[in-house]
Design a protein around this ligand. Structure first.
Ligand SMILES: [Fe+2]
Ligand SMILES: [Fe+2]
Length: 165
């Protein structure tokens, strides 16, 4: 669907664009630096999501709001949610989870903080959008940012890096 953005929406979407670009940079660096191969793979998955987010934000900025009912959007939710969100990465036995190296935990903590921040920015922007279609598209992305946070949280918890009392 084609929309005309208000000036405010344009400014806010530009902010989101720069945040998504930053996320791509951070996950690219994290993927290179991670020691645990399973974590590397996870970062790679999240990186591809961030690229999709940027593409969606760019589409909206160009006046094309993707419909959340189209099957093409399934790619954004993670094509197979079982392997993506449901547990350890492929080939990783959940019972064999060992304590991660501190540098990997630090990477996760930094990215988790970033996801919390980005999710809060989406929340703010969603409240300022006039059109439902834009709200729906951004809401979809925000949910994925929360899922990224969950993925990072789970990894940290499984590997002794998140203290839940
Ligand atoms: Fe994102
Ligand atoms: Fe994210």
């Amino acid at each position: 669907m084609v929309v005309k953005l208000t000036q405010k929406e344009q400014m806010l979407l530009q902010d989101l664009k720069s945040h998504e670009e930053w996320c791509i940079k951070k996950y690219t660096e994290a993927q290179n630096r991670a020691s645990d191969p399973a974590l590397k793979q996870t970062f790679g998955e999240l990186l591809s999501h961030e690229r999709q987010h940027l593409e969606t934000v760019n589409q909206i900025l160009a006046g094309n709001v993707p419909s959340m009912n189209q099957s093409s959007q399934n790619a954004q939710t993670g094509q197979n949610s079982n392997t993506l969100w449901g547990g350890p990465a492929k080939g990783q036995n959940p019972t064999s989870a060992t304590k991660a190296v501190q540098s990997d935990i630090d990477l996760c903590q930094d990215l988790l903080n970033n996801e919390k921040y980005v999710s809060s920015v989406y929340d703010t922007v969603i409240f300022e959008c006039e059109q439902k279609e834009i709200r729906d598209a951004l809401n979809h992305i925000q949910k994925e940012e929360q899922q990224h946070g969950e993925k990072l949280f789970k990894y940290m918890k499984q590997h002794g890096g998140y203290n839940v009392q």
